[in-house]
Design a protein around this ligand. Structure first.
Ligand SMILES: CC(C)(COP(=O)(O)OP(=O)(O)OC[C@H]1O[C@@H](n2cnc3c(N)ncnc32)[C@H](O)[C@@H]1OP(=O)(O)O)[C@@H](O)C(=O)NCCC(=O)NCCS
Length: 230
């Protein structure tokens, strides 16, 4: 009988459990450090994360935070960490997927792609041909990586964002929801907007934008006053 212990009894864990049951796991349980949780979806929470060392089941780390996920991966290296793929995901024959990665419903992973370990390819996300993503990367709901994109370790590609073809994003970044990344990102940090820019830079530009708007408004007001008077 296939048995799985999932670390992280969250909403994400609930989705992972559903995919695990569709992948043939007949017995599923959770571990979580929040002792007040006794049930996650259909499955029981049987102890805290430390209990994993005593367990002989396969283990899946369903923790959203990349750094936390990495630590738990290191603690559970001696276990079998399966790859879970929803039956309604499309994964190319030659795709190379790292251990402990989950690929959710509607996701598309095209030929020549590679993922590191502990990645999350969320609902309806896509990773197009020859793209390569590092360890503990999360491609959030509906995000799209066009062809030959490279993403560094622990980067989070926000929901509904788009990364243009041939673009590289370094490790440790957060790409905001709905962003469009059109150029390489070489600096760690949060990048938002269309086109995506480092968060602080965007805010500075926005400040400049407001000043420019008010300058144009004043010029237009003076122009109207001048014409009305004439
Ligand atoms: C980018 C992000 C991480 C920033 O979060 P934060 O640091 O808490 O930022 P705040 O909400 O305080 O917003 C700071 C500023 O950035 C703007 N901003 C935040 N997220 C933005 C986004 N995705 N696109 C454009 N602007 C954004 C806010 O409007 C705000 O601007 P203001 O100061 O002019 O009002 C977050 O908004 C985001 O997009 N997260 C991704 C969520 C996601 O993809 N979830 C997927 C789950 S599967």
């Amino acid at each position: 009988m296939k048995k799985l212990t999932i670390i992280g009894a969250s909403g994400h864990g609930k989705v992972v459990a559903d995919i695990a049951s569709l992948n043939g796991y007949e017995e599923i349980e959770f571990l979580d450090d929040d002792r007040s949780i006794s049930l996650c979806g259909l499955y029981p929470v049987v102890g805290t994360c430390m209990k994993a060392s005593e367990i002989e089941n396969d283990i899946f780390i369903a923790i959203g935070n990349a750094n936390h996920r990495k630590k738990l991966f290191r603690m559970n290296r001696d276990k079998y960490l399966p790859i879970l793929v929803h039956p309604d995901a499309v994964v190319a024959k030659d795709a190379k997927i790292g251990a402990g990665t989950v690929i959710m419903a509607g996701a598309v992973l095209n030929p020549g792609i590679k993922t590191g370990e502990g990645c999350i390819i969320n609902t309806c996300a896509s990773v197009d041909h020859d793209s390569s993503i590092g360890n503990y990367v999360h491609v959030a709901v509906g995000a799209h990586l066009c062809g030959t994109v490279t993403v560094g370790d622990e980067t989070w590609i926000g929901a509904g964002s788009i990364v243009s073809n041939n673009v590289s994003i370094c490790g440790g970044c957060t790409i905001g929801a709905g962003a469009v990344v059109i150029k390489d990102i070489k600096e760690k940090g949060t990048h938002i907007g269309v086109p995506a820019r480092m968060m602080n830079e965007l805010q500075k530009l926005r400040g400049g934008g407001i000043l420019l708007d008010s300058f144009i408004y004043k010029v237009l007001t003076l122009y109207r006053q001048f014409h009305t008077a004439a």
